[in-house]
Every structure is written in structure tokens, then in C-alpha cells.
Design a protein around this ligand. Structure first.
Ligand SMILES: [Zn+2]
Length: 312
């Protein structure tokens, strides 16, 4: 082969490589851009889409979804978004208003459609008759923590698959296969949690923030929150809580990362309980829920009663 011919081959090869790289970049750029608020939503989209979509996440670890406001940089980025998957959190209302002005083509899908809503309750109702009042802790009257049961996540998987197929019709089959697998995994996790928590049915989860209402409902537990109407409890509310905790022999007070642990420590110290941190926003949603169920079981389990005359 002479040199000229070789150089020609080399040019052709380089050109082909260049074309391949360019078309790869074009494909990457064509991926739909989907935004979500919470880490468990990103987990869900990843289950269904794998790398077929680009996922933008608004909340960083440790941020509180009830007080969160997206940074100007995040809003700017979302001008190029194709879809937003709604969780029904307060910050989303203001965000969508802003986005509709700058990105009229943005398609918004409600992930929570079809999930039976419970009222926001479990907040320090002790001391005023236990009646559910219309609290607004920034959550609104309906409890927004719908992602914290496998049943809720299963419904969200359906909604997310519909949303992704609408944004990317060529991927319908891809999303559908993964939607089925995700829902099977949710059903299996539900059965696992049911079995794990059966021995502590009726138990009381004393939590700082009322995140665990759906979870408690699903597994026959009761939730009472230290926080009252989105604020730290008053001295009187705290006293009522402590009476309840003593009565119920509460051994653990649950809190979560964005909240000040001090009120929990106060309650815990006075009733001889421990503080346990459980995170409703961890991204590895399935592993997290399984670990939390194990912690709740441990917290609510009664030590076996010692029988009279039993040898040590
Ligand atoms: Zn919350």
C-alpha cells in the first residue's frame, strides 16, 4: 500500500469516527429532560427509564421539601426541560408559575394521581381531644408524604410510565417493561414489610415531623408527631406528649435529617427513650424503606416478659 493511499484510508477512518461521535452526541442531546423534586422520584424515574432520559433533581440532601425554594440557577436550567413530574409539594406551585412564563412548552405530570389521600394528622393532637384539625404545616390539608409506602410508589410508577411515554413515544415499550418490574418489586416489598411489622401492629411511632402517616396506616401502626402545625411544640404540647409517651412506654423518638434534633432529645431524655434518625428522602428508596421498617420493628417490639421462677 503506498503512503498516499494509506493517508486516504486514515482520513476516511477519522471522518467515520467523527460522524459516529457526533451522532452519539446528537442522540444524547435528544434524550427528554425530566425534572423531579425529591430523590425518591429520581429513583423511580431511573427504575423506569434507565439512561433513556436526563433527570434533573431539585432537592439536595438535607434540604427540607416544606421550606425549599429552588435556586435561580435551577429555574434557569429548567427552561430547557421537557417535563416536570409533580409530587404536590408546596414549593412546586410557585415554581410552576415561574416556569410556565419562561417555558410554555413544559409538560407537567402529576405522579400522585390516583393515590388515596389521607389527611395530614398525627401532629400533637394529644391534649385537644384527638380531633383532626385543619393544620397547615406547609403541607396543606392533604398529607403529601405519599411516596413512603410501596403501594403509593406502585401507583406513582404507573403515572411515571405514562408521563415518560408521552414525552418519548418511541420508548413506550421500554418504559412498560420496566413499569411492570418496578410494580412487582413494590408488591414484594409490601409483603415483606407487612410480615416484618405484623408483630408490632398497633404500636405507636412517635416522630418529630409527620412524614409517616401513610406508612403507619399501611401497616397498622399509629403515628403521633412532636411537631405541631409545622412548628416546634409549645411547653404544654410537649408535656402532653410526654404523658402519652410514658403511658405507651415509647422507647424511640424518630426524627429526620433536616430538623433540629433538640426537641426530640428533650422528649427522649425525659421519658428515657432514644432518638433514631430515619430519612424519608433517601434516594435508594427500596433499601431505605426496608431498613426503616426493621428499625421501626425494633423500636416497637416489647422485650419478652420475664416469667416468675424462670432460671436466668
Ligand atoms: Zn414532610
Amino acid at each position: 500500500m503506498n503512503d498516499q493511499l494509506f493517508a486516504g484510508y486514515r482520513r476516511a477512518l477519522l471522518l467515520m469516527l467523527f460522524v459516529v461521535v457526533l451522532s452519539g452526541m446528537a442522540r444524547a442531546a435528544e434524550r427528554p429532560r425530566v425534572y423531579v423534586g425529591l430523590p425518591p422520584q429520581r429513583w423511580l424515574v431511573q427504575q423506569l427509564a434507565s439512561n433513556r432520559v436526563e433527570i434533573g433533581l431539585l432537592l439536595a440532601p438535607g434540604q427540607n421539601p416544606h421550606t425549599f425554594e429552588p435556586a435561580a440557577r435551577q429555574v434557569k436550567e429548567m427552561v430547557a426541560a421537557d417535563g416536570y413530574l409533580l409530587m404536590g409539594l408546596p414549593f412546586e406551585r410557585a415554581l410552576l408559575q415561574k416556569l410556565r412564563a419562561v417555558n410554555p412548552g413544559l409538560r407537567v405530570f402529576d405522579l400522585t394521581q390516583g393515590i388515596p389521600r389521607r389527611e395530614q394528622s398525627g401532629q400533637a393532637h394529644v391534649g385537644h381531644g384527638g380531633a383532626a384539625e385543619d393544620h397547615d404545616d406547609g403541607c396543606g390539608a392533604a398529607d403529601p408524604h405519599v411516596w413512603l409506602t410501596p403501594a403509593g410508589m406502585g401507583i406513582m410508577a404507573s403515572n411515571a410510565a405514562v408521563a415518560l411515554s408521552a414525552l418519548d413515544p418511541a420508548g413506550r415499550e421500554w418504559y412498560e417493561v420496566r413499569r411492570v418490574a418496578c410494580q412487582q418489586a413494590c408488591a414484594q416489598l409490601d409483603a415483606e414489610l407487612r410480615a416484618l411489622l405484623a408483630p408490632v401492629r398497633g404500636g405507636l411511632m412517635l416522630t418529630y415531623h409527620a412524614s409517616w402517616g401513610y406508612f403507619a396506616d399501611a401497616y397498622g401502626l399509629r403515628q403521633v408527631a412532636v411537631e405541631a402545625e409545622g412548628r416546634p411544640p409549645t411547653a404544654r404540647q410537649l408535656a402532653a406528649l410526654m404523658d402519652l409517651a410514658m403511658q405507651e412506654q415509647v422507647r424511640y423518638v424518630f426524627t429526620e435529617p433536616p430538623y433540629d434534633p433538640k426537641p426530640c432529645r428533650t422528649v427522649a431524655r425525659q421519658i428515657g427513650a432514644e432518638v433514631a434518625v430515619i430519612d424519608p428522602l433517601a434516594e435508594a428508596w427500596d433499601r431505605n424503606l426496608r431498613a426503616i421498617a426493621a428499625q421501626v420493628r425494633k423500636a416497637l417490639e416489647r422485650p419478652p416478659a420475664r416469667q416468675e421462677g424462670q432460671m436466668p
